[in-house]
Design a protein around this ligand. Structure first.
Ligand code: SAM
Length: 314
């Protein structure tokens, strides 16, 4: 942990200490936000929502940042599927996708329990969104959360990214890879995560992330976008994963996200963004949006295999 802090903030001892402190003393970092999956319920909010100068101008109306101490998970609105609570940092990382041309079809490759899918669906309202979760036992909670939101355009699946690449090449104009990772930011939420700084854990995750990115890239049409995020701070899983991906996928270019400018990573020279728990409220994370070269092409037909399980079918 100490070694990584030194790599992230070379020659800045006070920043290293502040970063480490945010991971070992997590009490006051549970800053929450909600996605309004049923925006008409906004007037019934039974929790305090931040307003005025506390709200960044780019924040879509479908998202609210909450006042400190609020627990929207206990709200009746959550029970009713009108809101979906997420960490404030996840709002910032997910917001990189706002720099994409609004997509018609979205693939969420690593979707459970559904936060990024609900974010993307709420802000873009696409024609079709395929929320995929390769770990079978996590599919139930994903379908439950999506169904509760009452939004009609969700389909789910349980495909390995390699299978997705095979059955759905160039079917989507946005693919979301909110990748499995070492999860170091969990510490900032007070959740134990032993081994999350271990080099072997980080290396294993980086390999898996590269594989998922490469497969997901095949599902994106020319002119479409690939979104990448993690909830960890290891360079190898973030900037490193993107650098390796770009070596083999020169057809993708990282895209600037102007509203995240102040979060530009200092560890590379392409646009990608780091949210740190000691600089910002929330647990932290990493995000990068990539565009596939070329003019926007007609999307390939949606294969039947992706249309078997609409969430409305339960
Ligand atoms: C960070 S979580 C996703 C969180 C989700 N996007 C959200 O916002 O609620 C990463 C997900 O990737 C899944 N996963 C694990 N191994 C995977 C693999 N080899 N390919 C694709 N997804 C994988 C995990 O089961 C987990 O649900």
């Amino acid at each position: 942990m100490l070694r990584q802090a030194a790599q992230l903030f070379p020659d800045e001892e006070s920043e290293q200490i502040a970063f480490l402190n945010s991971l070992v003393n997590p009490e006051d970092r549970k800053y929450r936000a909600v996605i309004w999956t049923k925006p008409e319920a906004k007037d019934c909010a039974d929790f305090s929502v931040r307003s005025g100068d506390e709200v960044p101008s780019w924040l879509p109306g479908q998202i609210s940042l909450l006042s400190p101490g609020e627990s929207p998970g206990k709200s009746k609105l959550f029970e009713d599927g009108a809101i979906y609570p997420i960490d404030t940092s996840s709002v910032y990382t997910a917001s990189a996708m706002l720099a994409a041309v609004p997509p018609r079809r979205i693939l969420d490759v690593c979707a459970a329990p559904g936060g990024k899918s609900l974010f993307a669906d709420s802000v873009f309202n696409p024609e079709f969104i395929f929320s995929n979760e390769v770990v079978g036992k996590r599919l139930g909670i994903l379908r439950y959360n999506l169904k509760k939101s009452g939004r009609p355009n969700f389909y789910t699946g349980n495909l390995d990214p390699a299978e997705l690449a095979e059955v759905a090449p160039e079917v989507f104009d946005l693919a979301i890879v909110d990748a499995p990772c070492s999860g170091q930011s969990l510490l900032a939420k007070g959740t134990e995560n032993p081994g999350c700084f271990h080099p072997n854990i980080i290396k294993g995750n980086a390999k898996r992330q590269l594989r998922i990115l490469s497969r997901s890239a095949q599902c994106v049409v020319a002119g479409g976008y690939l979104f990448y995020s993690t909830c960890t701070f290891a360079r190898r899983e973030n900037e490193g994963a993107i650098e390796k991906f770009l070596k083999h996928h020169g057809e993708f270019t990282p895209v600037e996200v102007p509203h995240l400018g102040e979060f530009q990573s200092e560890l590379c020279d392409f646009p990608c963004y780091r949210i740190y728990p000691h600089r910002r409220k929330g647990a932290g994370g990493f995000t990068c949006l990539l565009r596939k070269d070329g003019d926007h092409q007609e999307l390939a037909e949606i294969p039947e295999k992706l249309q078997v399980y609409p969430v409305t079918s339960d």
